[in-house]
Design a protein around this ligand. Structure first.
Ligand code: ADP
Length: 509
C-alpha cells in the first residue's frame, strides 16, 4: 500500500501553545496598561478636586472665627495649598484677611485684582462655589514665573493647578471669599512610576508566561508525541506496539481507542495470515490428489478404475464445499446475507437431509437415525437451517466413533429458557445431533466455533474439514437469535444443539 503523503506542518502543538499563551498575556498587558494609565489620571484628578473642595469647605466653616488664620496655616502645610481670604467688599491683593503662600507657583497670589473679582462674581452666580483648573508652563524650566494657561485637567508638560473659590458666611456675621490654590503636579511622577513599574512587571510576566507555556506545552504534547511515534511504528507493521494511556482524559481515551484499533489490526492480520495458510493448505491437498490420481489414470494402464474416478469426484466435491463455505461465511460476515424467513416444516426438512445422507454410498455404513416427537413448523430461513443441520450431521459423521452411529433428535420444549436462563413461556423446538466419537476437550469447546479452528490439526484425511462448518452454524443461528451449544465428554462423544421458536407459539403471542 502506498504510504500517505507526509504533510508539512509549520507549527506544532508546543509552538502554538507558547504563541497563544504569549499573545494572550501581551493582550492582557496592553489592556491593563491602557486602562490603568487612563483611569489613574482621571481618578487622581477627581480625588484632588474632592480634596480641594473639602479644604475649601473647612476653611469656609471657620471663616470669621478666631482660629481662621491658624486653620488656614495648618491646612496649607498639610495639603501644600495656598490660601487667600477676603471680606466680600475688599477683594484685591493687599487687602486680604488671611494669606498663606506655601508654593512658589501659586496662582491666586499673582492674579490681578480684577480677575479675583471675576472669580468672586462667578462663584456668586454659581451658588457660592466655583473651581477652575490650569495647565502651567515653565518655559525656562524653573519653578518661578509660571504662566497659567487655562484649560482642562491634563498633561501640559508642566504643572496642573486648580483654584477653588468659596463664598462663606463668617462666624462674625460678615461675608468672606475663600480662594484656595492647589497643585495637581504628581501626574508625571505617578505616570513614570506606573510606567516604570509596568515595564518591569510586564517583563517578568512575559518571562513567566513563556516558561509556563513551554512547560504546559511539553506536558500537553508529550503524550501526543509518544502516541504519534507509536502510531508510526504501527503503520510500519509493528503490530506489537502499544499506546500508553497517560496524560489527560482526551489522550487517555485516544490511547485506549488506538489500543483497541491496534488490537483489531493485530487480530485481523493474524486471521488474514491464518486464512491464507488454511485456504492454501485446504486447496492444495485436494488439488494434489486430483492431479495425482488423474496422472496415474492417464499414464498407468488399468488404473482407470471407478474407485480412482470416485476419489477425484470426492476431492472435487471437497473443493466445492470449501469454496461454498468460504463464500457463505464471507457473505454472512459482510452482513450481506440476511435470513429470509418463511414458515416451513422443520421435521420434514431434517428428514430430507438425513435421507440424502443415507443415499450416499460413502456413508452407507453409518447409522444415522432421526427421533422426532411430532411435526414442528418454524419461521426461519430454510436454506440456513438446512445448512446448519447439514454441517452438524457432517461433523458428527466425520468425528463419529467406531459404532458409526449418529442420532438426530427433535424435542419440543413447552416453556423454553431464553439466553439469560429465564423462562420465556414460549414453545421451542430443540434439535440435537449426537455422535459417540472421541469428544472435544473442555478447554476447546469455546474455540471450535471460530472459523478455521480445528481441534486436532493432524486429524485423519477422511476427517479433513474446512474448519468453517461450525463458524457458519454459529453465524446462521445468531442471525436467527437462536440459542445453541455443545455438550461433549471425552471418549464418549458430543451433542451439538440449537433451539428455534415454533410457529404455533409465534401466532399465539
Ligand atoms: P471442520 O471442517 O474442521 O469440521 P468445523 O468448524 O465444523 O470444521 O469444526 C471445527 C472443529 O471442531 C473441528 O475441526 C473439530 O476439531 C471439532 N469438532 C466439530 N464437530 C465435532 C464433533 N462432532 N466431534 C468432535 N470434534 C468436533
Amino acid at each position: 500500500m502506498k504510504r500517505a503523503e507526509k504533510t508539512k506542518y509549520s507549527f506544532g502543538i508546543k509552538g502554538r501553545i507558547v504563541l497563544y499563551f504569549t499573545a494572550f498575556v501581551l493582550l492582557m498587558l496592553v489592556i491593563i496598561f491602557v486602562v490603568q494609565i487612563a483611569l489613574v489620571r482621571s481618578f487622581y484628578s477627581r480625588t484632588r478636586l474632592r480634596e480641594l473642595d473639602k479644604i475649601s469647605s473647612m476653611l469656609s466653616d471657620c471663616a470669621g472665627s478666631d482660629n481662621m488664620e491658624e486653620r488656614a496655616y495648618s491646612l496649607a502645610a498639610n495639603y501644600k495649598i495656598c490660601v487667600l481670604i477676603f471680606e466680600t467688599g475688599s477683594i484685591g491683593n493687599g487687602s486680604e484677611t488671611v494669606s498663606v503662600e506655601s508654593s512658589p507657583v501659586c496662582i491666586i497670589h499673582h492674579l490681578p485684582d480684577n480677575i479675583l473679582e471675576q472669580y468672586y462674581e462667578k462663584a456668586l452666580a454659581n451658588g457660592g462655589k466655583t473651581v477652575d483648573t490650569f495647565g502651567m508652563y515653565r518655559p525656562d524650566g524653573t519653578d518661578d514665573a509660571p504662566e497659567p494657561s487655562k484649560g482642562s485637567i491634563g498633561r501640559h508638560g508642566g504643572l496642573i493647578k486648580a483654584v477653588s473659590v468659596n463664598i462663606a458666611d463668617g462666624a462674625d456675621g460678615k461675608k468672606y471669599v475663600v480662594f484656595v490654590d492647589s497643585e495637581f503636579t504628581p501626574y508625571k511622577t505617578v505616570d513614570s512610576l506606573i510606567t516604570y513599574q509596568f515595564i518591569w512587571l510586564s517583563g517578568l510576566i512575559i518571562i513567566f508566561a513563556v516558561i509556563a507555556a513551554a512547560l504546559f506545552s511539553v506536558n500537553i504534547s508529550k503524550p501526543l508525541t509518544e502516541m504519534n511515534e507509536a502510531a508510526k511504528k504501527l503503520a510500519k507493521g509493528d503490530y506489537e506496539t502499544g499506546f500508553k494511556p497517560k496524560g489527560y482524559r482526551e489522550t487517555i481515551e485516544l490511547a485506549e481507542t488506538l489500543n483497541y484499533a491496534a488490537e483489531e489490526i493485530r487480530r485481523s492480520d493474524a486471521l488474514q495470515k491464518e486464512l491464507v495458510a488454511n485456504v492454501s493448505h485446504d486447496l492444495r491437498t485436494p488439488l494434489t490428489m486430483i492431479s495425482g490420481y488423474a496422472e496415474v489414470m492417464r499414464d498407468i494402464p488399468g488404473e482407470n478404475t471407478p474407485e480412482n474416478v470416485q476419489v477425484i469426484i470426492d476431492e472435487a466435491g471437497h473443493l466445492t464445499d470449501l469454496v461454498n463455505d468460504m463464500l457463505d461465511l464471507s457473505k454472512i460476515e459482510a452482513g450481506t446475507k440476511k435470513p429470509e424467513k418463511t414458515v416451513f416444516n422443520l421435521t420434514e426438512a431434517i428428514g430430507e437431509v438425513i435421507d440424502r445422507y443415507s443415499r450416499f454410498s460413502l456413508h452407507d455404513s453409518f447409522d444415522i437415525c432421526f427421533e422426532a416427537d411430532g411435526d414442528v413448523s418454524v419461521c426461519a430461513d430454510k436454506t440456513m437451517i438446512i445448512q446448519t443441520v447439514y454441517n452438524l450431521v457432517n461433523n458428527a459423521i466425520n468425528y463419529a466413533g467406531d459404532n458409526k452411529m449418529v442420532t438426530v433428535r427433535q424435542k419440543l420444549l413447552r416453556d423454553a429458557e431464553d439466553n439469560a436462563g429465564q423462562m420465556t413461556g414460549k414453545s421451542c423446538v430443540r434439535i440435537s445431533v449426537t455422535d459417540y466419537g472421541e469428544g472435544i476437550p473442555p478447554e476447546k469447546l469455546r474455540d471450535i466455533w471460530e472459523r478455521y479452528y480445528k481441534v486436532d490439526r493432524s486429524h485423519k484425511r477422511a476427517h479433513v474439514g474446512t474448519g468453517l462448518g461450525l463458524s457458519i452454524v454459529k453465524n446462521n443461528l445468531q442471525l436467527h437469535g437462536a440459542r445453541y451449544g455443545v455438550e461433549s465428554t471425552l471418549g464418549k462423544g458430543s451433542t451439538f444443539w440449537f433451539e428455534l421458536e415454533t410457529v404455533a407459539d409465534k401466532e399465539n403471542s
